[in-house]
Design a protein around this ligand. Structure first.
Ligand code: ADP
Ligand code: MG
Length: 650
């Protein structure tokens, strides 16, 4: 119902409500309090009293100077007391014999007077009174908003099927909405909130299931000679691990069946996801379609490009980054449109308006959690119905994955290529820098290379740069005579970055000082030490990703965190190399925000539920919604209808 059609709401109030994002009666009913004030009856002897009673004498008002007034009346609270309150003279006509009142004030025993700071109409009842508090704006207060909400008289659809309401003893939605705005007591309020949370989660999971099932039938079917794929795998310079093979199989099945792929390929840093994605691109190419691989940074895009060109020399591969010259860009655009380019690798430039494909069949995004959801769907929309593969090096604990990525299939690479030694990790204080330099020197002497990480200070590029410079001085002092030191940071041009990377890769540079621009994907197997200054500035998962830059061959590698703060947290990394465990710890410490990028905030607008706090309920809702989907009970058509809205999306 429109706001104006609700009895008691005029145009002025309607405008105020709109400012709160409330546009109709449903919005009003679901504009939930963000907290509650619990009012408990106190004892008369307490310093501050909250009491209720019935008025025994009509209020009398005395007018004072400066428009002030003083109101007095007698209240029966089990015994008779005199009540005084200032500047509420306007309530005089409402405070008459028989009126029920709650008063907040101070009791003066000698005079038997309560001087009030506030009064409310009504009684506390036998239990406590719980008052809702809403986010409000000028022109309206919580109390007024609550009154307006209570004016809405409208049945509301309960999206929890009745058999589940029965199973969990959930109250009806109508009841819950009333209760959440006007709680009777804490127990009933909790029940109401629980039910509404469950409904949110149930619907969310139902939608996830639906999206997943919808993708089953409408994928591209490719005719691919599997022997060619196997040949390619046989000719790689290494043997694929079992998990890599399994992932390739799963992707092959998706790409060659009518199932539309919507798959997350997750595996720790260094687990070898890239080669799997290349094989996917190759399968897609053999099936006659163009492929796109999107990387989060220029460096990484370029690295992928160089590797792919080497491994698949017969394919025409384009590199598209934001910093190409206009002419170079046009060439790539042309090739993508006329189909002469088979695979394009790039940064988010791949999804800019101008890019049009002839027959895009597969889209892969590397380090998917770095992309916003919008960017991803934007890219998806460029093909007719391209298959999609997301890669992430932030392993997601299984339980979270099945829910958060409920609309995706997941391939996991759990074991690293053989021959790798566990990276040894240390946590050092700044005062122990000498130990760190010693370790660096040992490795440098052995002809290995070192990364030194200065944290990127997001708020200040200037400070980041200063940090890099300071470290450069330090390193020069210690090693400048013996080794070549270079720096890498966001201010460098592409050409410069590429140059530095090349020289580091060729071991012309032995110590690379960098902000986290190198965080993702960069591959220099001869680097065996990474030192991270001010490690406390990073999340555990981010540090674990950084750590993955070393330990990339059979040499023993070392990861050294330097920090005078947050030792407890950082210690986790010295104890485990298991990305799943680390992301679980990160999840517990920092919430899911970091882990899932905008997926959490953008796709899931829960009013009450919280994926982390209500996780048990999340899992239940997931199971229940699956079972419900399969029921296909016509009695619940009104719930299934909710899913139809989703057909126009995606
Ligand atoms: P990530 O999963 O972090 O993207 P990469 O794909 O960059 O990891 O792989 C890390 C390194 O391991 C690369 O140098 C890659 O060539 C190498 N690699 C990948 N798979 C294997 C394998 N099965 N055996 C040996 N080395 C491998
Ligand atoms: Mg990678």
């Amino acid at each position: 119902m429109e706001l104006e059609n609700i009895k008691g709401i005029g145009p002025k109030t309607a405008n105020i409500l709109r400012r709160l994002g409330i546009n109709n009666s449903y919005d009003l009913l679901t504009y939930y309090p963000f907290r509650y004030v619990i009012i408990k009856r106190t004892d008369l002897n307490d310093e501050k009293v909250i009491l209720d009673g019935v008025v025994e004498s009509n209020a009398v008002v005395t007018y004072l100077r400066n428009h002030k007034d003083k109101m007095q009346f007698r209240l029966n609270i089990g015994k008779l007391v005199d009540v005084v309150i200032f500047n509420r003279g306007f309530l005089k006509n409402k405070i008459v014999v028989g009126t029920k009142l709650i008063i907040f004030g101070k009791y003066d025993k000698k005079k038997n007077i309560i001087v009030c700071s506030d009064i409310k109409f009504g009684l506390l009842g036998s239990e406590t009174k719980i008052e809702p508090v809403y986010h409000v704006t000028t022109g309206i207060n919580s109390n007024q908003l609550n009154n307006i909400i209570n004016m809405v008289d409208e049945d509301i659809i309960d999206y929890v099927p009745s058999y589940l309401n029965d199973k969990y003893e959930l109250p009806s939605k109508d009841f819950c909405i009333k209760e959440i705005h006007n709680p009777h007591n804490e127990i009933m309020l909790k029940k109401a909130i629980n039910k509404l949370k469950y409904e949110e989660l149930f619907l969310f999971m139902l939608k996830m299931n639906y999206l997943k099932s919808k993708k089953v039938q409408d994928g591209l079917i490719r005719n691919v000679d599997k022997n060619k794929v196997l040949d390619f795998i046989d000719n790689l310079p290494f043997k694929l691990t079992l998990d890599q093979i399994k992932s390739v199989d799963e992707i092959y099945d998706d790409l060659t069946s009518n199932k539309r792929m919507n798959r997350l390929l997750q595996g720790d840093v260094g687990s070898g996801k890239t080669i799997v994605s290349f094989i996917a691109l190759y399968i897609n190419y053999l099936g006659g379609y163009q492929g796109a691989l999107m990387a989060p940074t220029e460096i990484l895009a370029r690295q992928h490009y160089n590797n792919l060109v080497k491994l698949l020399p017969n394919l025409k591969v384009g590199l598209l980054t934001g910093k190409l010259k206009a002419k170079e860009k046009r060439e790539i655009y042309g090739g993508l449109l006329d189909g002469s380019i088979d695979v394009v690798i790039g940064t988010h430039a791949l999804i800019s308006e101008e890019v049009k494909y002839k027959n895009l069949g597969l889209v892969i995004t590397d380090e998917q959690h770095r992309f916003g959801v919008n960017q991803r769907s934007n890219l998806k929309n460029k093909g007719i119905m391209p298959d999609v593969l997301y890669m992430s090096a932030t392993p997601i604990p299984r339980t979270y994955a099945i829910t958060l990525f409920g609309d995706m299939d997941i391939s996991s690479i759990k074991t690293k290529p053989t021959g790798r030694k566990e990276i040894i990790s240390y946590l050092k204080k700044e005062s122990e820098i000498k130990d760190v330099l010693t370790k660096m020197y040992e490795e440098l002497k052995a002809n290995h290379q070192v990364y030194v990480i200065a944290p990127l200070i997001e708020e200040s590029e200037k400070i980041s740069l200063e940090n890099v410079k300071k470290l450069q001085d330090k390193m020069n002092l210690a090693f400048g005579k013996l080794y070549t030191i270079d720096v890498m940071h966001g201010k460098l041009s592409n050409k410069e970055k590429e140059d530095v990377m090349k020289r580091f890769k060729n071991n012309e540079v032995q110590i690379l000082i960098s902000t986290t621009v190198i965080e993702v994907g960069v591959d220099v197997p001869n680097a065996t030490v990474m030192v991270v200054f001010d490690s406390y500035r990073f999340g555990l998962s981010a540090l674990h990703q950084l750590r993955g830059r070393v330990g990339r061959n059979d040499l023993q590698s070392y990861f050294i965190m330097i920090s005078d703060k947050e030792a407890e947290r950082l210690k986790i990394l010295t104890k485990t190399n298991d990305g799943f465990e680390i992301s679980e710890a990160d999840f517990k410490l920092r919430g899911s925000g970091d882990l899932f990028g905008t997926r959490q905030s953008g796709d899931m607008q829960f009013k009450l539920a919280n994926l982390k706090r209500d996780f048990k309920m999340v899992v239940k809702a997931k199971e229940d919604s699956l079972e419900f989907m399969n029921k296909k009970d016509p009695k619940y058509q009104y719930i299934y209808d909710v899913l139809k809205q989703l057909d126009s999306l995606d």
